[in-house]
Design a protein around this ligand. Structure first.
Ligand code: SAH
Length: 353
């Protein structure tokens, strides 16, 4: 059997692997061993599976491949942030970022090559959406960053955010599968409470995720609670209006009891007026929440400009007065284009629109 015909072993469930061995006259528990190598230990070759005999490894080799990602380029920021350009098995590139702080290491992972949505302030939106990532491609980014965290910071990865390239809820089944493998005892065993799915706000999928009972966190990139403004900066909002989004968030809270995080950039002349603050406060009343005010990372010729500090502080004061926890986030990794909204495969020059 030549390589072209081999199938990707990580598409098989534990049960399917067990069946594969029994059909080949071997014991079923061998399937469990392989499954552990793939999903607990992140093995990228059959040779690495040292508790299998040479004959077993050869049997696997004739039938399967392990498609896996490889770090194509790694850049380190002066603030410790690491940006990886990772190459997928078909040659496409996505980016994954390691963000270290005093107490934690966060992996910022991609869910799509390019993005399905069209946020006008985001560099990734300018790439063509090429395809969704498979569960193992999301999983591998986590494994890569966990290894880097141990190597460079002497501690394991502690948190995961789906804030890299792509809209995770537009690649729903694969993102959910990846989270299950990352959080289950059969996989990496990381607590789902340390995983945050960040969405631009796809109401139907927020409801679905709430029903999934994954126990992960949800962040919504709101940026404006004024319909016309939001539609202008995030055009898909025309098809998924704020009322629908708000209802899906209420549904999320009712089902999960998990407080949502709003991500919000304050731009000059776009959402820095008192009416914008009022609309946001009103939106926040729908369900318990906290707010991250994030700094704008310019990606273009100045159409969007970060509002001055006093405008950001006006938001902070209003939110705090309403009893809402608010954090002003400074960007990390800006010098290497690793900050929010800057992921656009600049270093590699691959798969641009
Ligand atoms: N599609 C998902 C996840 C990727 S974007 C989402 O929208 O949430 C991760 C975060 O970066 C989002 O909050 C997004 O709104 C924000 N972002 C995009 N472009 C940005 C930019 N140029 N500066 C700052 N934040 C940006």
């Amino acid at each position: 059997m030549d390589t072209a015909e081999k199938s990707d072993i990580r598409k098989l469930s534990r049960e399917a692997l067990r069946t594969f061995f029994t059909e080949n006259g071997e014991q079923a528990f061998r399937g469990n061993q392989v499954y552990e190598w793939l999903w607990q230990k992140g093995a990228h070759s059959f040779e690495a599976m040292t508790n299998l005999s040479l004959a077993h490894r050869e049997l696997l080799n004739t039938h399967f491949t392990i498609n896996h990602i490889a770090v194509d380029q790694m850049q380190r920021s002066t603030d410790g942030t690491i940006k990886n350009a990772v190459r997928l098995h078909d040659g496409l590139i996505v980016e994954s970022v390691l963000i270290p702080t005093e107490s934690r290491t966060t992996a910022c992972v991609s869910s799509q090559v390019g993005c399905s949505l069209d946020c006008r302030f985001c560099a990734t939106a300018r790439l063509k959406r090429m395809r969704n990532l498979n569960p193992d491609e999301i999983f591998d980014q986590v494994v890569v960053i966990d290894r880097q965290s141990r190597l460079y910071f002497g501690r394991p990865l502690s948190n995961i955010v789906f804030m890299g390239m792509g809209e995770p809820l537009m690649n729903y089944p694969n993102v959910v599968k990846a989270i299950r493998m990352i959080s289950s005892e059969e996989g990496l065993g990381m607590s789902p409470k340390r995983i945050t799915v960040s969405t631009s706000g796809v109401p139907k999928m927020i409801r679905k995720l709430a029903d999934e009972a994954l126990r992960c966190n949800l962040a919504v990139s709101l940026h404006s609670a004024v319909e016309e403004t939001r539609t202008e900066i995030m055009p898909f909002n025309a098809k998924m209006p704020l009322q629908d989004l708000k209802e899906s968030i209420v549904y999320w809270y009712d089902k999960t009891r998990s407080r949502i995080t709003y991500e919000y950039v304050v731009w000059e002349g776009i959402n820095d007026a008192p009416a914008d603050i009022r609309a946001f406060l009103d939106f926040c009343k729908a369900a318990p929440c906290k707010v991250n005010l994030i700094e704008y990372n310019p990606i273009d010729d100045g159409e969007f400009r970060q509002a001055p500090e006093q405008a950001v502080q006006a938001y902070v004061r209003a939110l705090e007065a309403a009893g809402i926890t608010v954090t002003v986030r400074r960007s990390r990794g800006k010098d290497i284009d690793a900050a929010c909204g800057q992921l656009a495969n600049k270093g590699s020059g691959d798969n641009r629109a």
